[in-house]
Ligand binder design. Structure first.
Ligand code: WTA
Length: 656
């Protein structure tokens, strides 16, 4: 990528002028400030953006690296920072959340109301026996209740762990067991795309699978009102739990390092890992990135379309925008219901000014708009928009251009934000009033973040040469550990190959030869990114081989997909002769259903191919890089001399 063959979009003087970070010089000044005095820089921002009950005296404690501590002797409360201080600051009557339900009903809550609801639930949680340090699992759809549940946990110092409503009973069970949660907050149902789907029923199933003895109570929000089973002594309707609870609840002032939440995410090996985040450092970066990357002002209407079950929903729905006293949209439904114009209609109706979504959504809406003018953005008034954002996966230049032209009317900067569950907030991203944009590049590190591209030995590679993405210094919102497995934390993120000195993101990257701009080239480990959802190939393989009556062996790889970014491709050896035709189709369906049950529908493979065997080395190792070529229907050009059974490649290639 060079300036000659890519378009550069430079912020207009008007865009730069009013922005928090106004122009490249302002950006460079912040970068220089952080370089000159790293701790001074973060300490200054932590004082400016966060209200501390007890001020910190030390910014960074590296004495037990890589278990870094930030602002460790400071005390604060995340919910106080998101709610009380806005009410105290005169924003009590300001709309905090505009909630739009799947069917289109709109509910608004002000900061005062949100504080009231949070306090009542906080008191209810205490009445149910939840105390500081306890874990609470939240399994609920997009709703004000979901945000309130997270805020209420934060208020009393309970650590929340939100599980995405698309995960199966088995996945939910695993997470409940790993957290040792005392209480679960859920709803009777969720409503998506006009369909009512169970939530409480899945919680029941998960608990029935066993291993969740820590759970004493289940609080159930009434969403559909349709009948569900309630277990006496364990299950409590939310309305009953809230009845008579006071709307005042003194926040629990916690140490900055107190775990605000655990969020499970996929890695290369084993079960999903519980990424542990802190209160102080996390909240600082949530607020700071919302302020600078989205340039969030008092008059803005901010809409992040992510689910609160993912990290994007944590940082850019529950914490960042509220910490800044902003107004935001929370949307229950899906982008294609009642039609693929839903996003555009909502932007028009609510006068959304900042819109943050995933490339997969954009790509699928492009397809819909191209075949039906009525759902094309041009059929809506999107003039309220001023900034667009992208997250979760690389955005291809064609989708970028369409987003820019048709959604942003050619005038809105697109912030392509690179980050991860583990990083807590944006790491590499343009700032809308400063950074000249190049489609397909997440441009430059957020001020204070020291990203680099290195080789296998940890040495920085020259610009223009691809390598491994790392972060050279700890930063406030970084993952603190993997819940219950500090050794895995060290191994995964601060590997010995880099002498434990560099944070390993797990992505490949390349910097532009002239500008130094970063482009993410994709995961370098066995993690897939399907529609912006992270999944480990090993998890899917385990789910397949757990179908013991059918499956002897399985290998899962990713292949590029026009809409979902990557698609899951599974190669399966059955315990019976290789099926073909209709029989193969029927077994493939059975396996997909099995995976949906084990993990969730998002993990269903797009392709399932059956073989008599898998390509293996003489020592019996599956050669996945060959399978990646086969999955793409590419001729295998790699060296196959170590392959035990070369003929298998032809069979798997034809099996499609
Ligand atoms: C990928 C989501 C390219 C990347 C916030 C990362 C991206 C993984 C981008 C984290 C982007 C996220 N450009 N790739 N702008 N944003 N990724 O933990 O592979 O669900 O490692 O966090 O998504 O996914 P996670």
């Amino acid at each position: 990528m060079s300036e000659a063959d890519t378009k550069l979009y430079t912020p207009t003087p008007e865009q730069a002028q009013g922005a928090y970070v106004a122009g490249m010089e302002a950006y460079q000044a912040l970068v220089a400030e952080a370089e000159a005095d790293y701790e001074g820089y973060w300490g200054r921002l932590a004082k400016e953006l966060i209200s501390w009950k007890q001020p910190f005296t030390q910014v960074l404690d590296s004495s037990n690296a890589p278990f870094f501590k930030w602002f460790a002797d400071g005390k604060l409360n995340a919910s106080y920072n998101c709610l009380d201080r806005n009410v105290e600051g005169g924003k009590g009557d300001k709309t905090a959340i505009i909630f739009e339900a799947d069917g289109g009903e709109v509910t608004k809550v002000t900061y005062s109301e949100l504080l009231d609801r949070t306090c009542r639930l906080a008191n209810a949680l205490k009445a149910q026996g939840v105390q500081k340090g306890d874990r609470v699992v939240i399994y609920i759809a997009m709703s004000i209740d979901g945000v309130v549940a997270m805020q209420a946990c934060a208020r009393i110092g309970a650590t929340h762990s939100v599980v995405f409503g698309g995960f199966s009973a088995q996945s939910l069970r695993d997470r409940i067991e790993d957290t040792g949660a005392k209480l679960i907050i859920t709803a009777d149902h969720q409503v998506r795309g006009g369909k009512q789907l169970p939530l409480k029923g899945i919680v029941d199933e998960a608990l029935a699978l066993g291993g969740c003895d820590s759970v004493a109570k289940v609080l159930v929000v009434k969403r559909s009102g349709a009948g569900i089973a309630m277990t006496e002594g364990r299950d409590v309707w939310m309305d009953d739990a809230l009845a008579g609870q006071d709307n005042v609840c003194e926040p629990e002032w916690v140490e900055a390092e107190h775990p605000l939440f655990l969020l499970y995410t996929s890695g290369s090996t084993g079960k999903p890992k519980g990424v542990q985040h802190s209160t102080g450092g996390y909240l600082l970066h949530a607020a700071l990135t919302t302020k600078w990357t989205f340039d969030l002002k008092d008059s803005d209407v901010f809409w992040c379309t992510a689910d609160i079950g993912w990290v994007t929903g944590h940082t850019y729905i529950t914490y960042g925008p509220l910490a800044l006293g902003g107004t935001e949209i929370v949307f229950e439904g899906v982008p294609t219901y009642p039609d693929a114009g839903r996003f555009w209609k909502m932007i028009q109706d609510h006068k959304v000014s900042i819109f943050y979504t995933a490339p997969t959504a954009i790509r699928s809406l492009i397809k819909a708009a191209e075949s039906n003018e009525a759902v094309h953005p041009k059929s809506y008034d999107l003039s309220s928009l001023r900034i667009l954002g992208s997250v979760g996966e690389p955005i291809n230049p064609a989708a970028w251009e369409w987003y820019h032209q048709h959604v942003g009317g050619g005038r809105c900067p697109i912030v392509d934000t690179f980050w991860q569950t583990e990083t807590g907030g944006h790491m590499i991203t343009p700032l809308p009033g400063a950074t000249p944009l190049v489609p397909g590049s997440c441009t430059l590190p957020f001020p204070g973040i020291q990203a680099a591209v290195v080789d296998e030995t940890g040495k920085e590679v020259p610009w223009g040469q691809g390598g491994i993405l790392v972060v050279k210094k700890p930063w406030p919102s970084m993952i603190r550990t993997i819940w219950g497995d500090p050794e895995r934390f060290k191994k995964s993120y601060y590997p010995e190959d880099f002498k434990g000195q560099l944070y390993l993101a797990g992505d490949g990257a390349i910097r532009d030869e002239k500008t130094g701009y970063f482009t993410i080239t994709g995961r370098i480990d066995d993690v897939l990114n399907v529609s912006g959802h992270r999944m480990g190939t090993m998890e899917i393989e385990s789910a397949l081989v757990s179908c013991t009556e059918l499956v002897a062996e399985a290998a899962v790889v990713g292949r590029p997909d026009e809409t979902t970014g990557e698609a899951i491709c599974a190669f399966v050896v059955l315990k019976r002769p290789r099926p073909t035709g209709d029989e193969a189709k029927a077994i493939a369906k059975q396996l997909r259903d099995h995976i949906a049950k084990e993990i969730g529908p998002i993990a269903k493979p797009k392709d399932i191919r059956f073989g008599d065997n898998l390509p293996k080395t003489r020592s019996g190792k599956i050669m996945r890089r060959l399978l990646r070529s086969v999955a793409k229907n590419e001729a295998v050009t790699q060296d196959t001399s170590t392959l035990e059974n070369p003929a298998i490649l032809d069979q798997l290639g034809q099996a499609y």
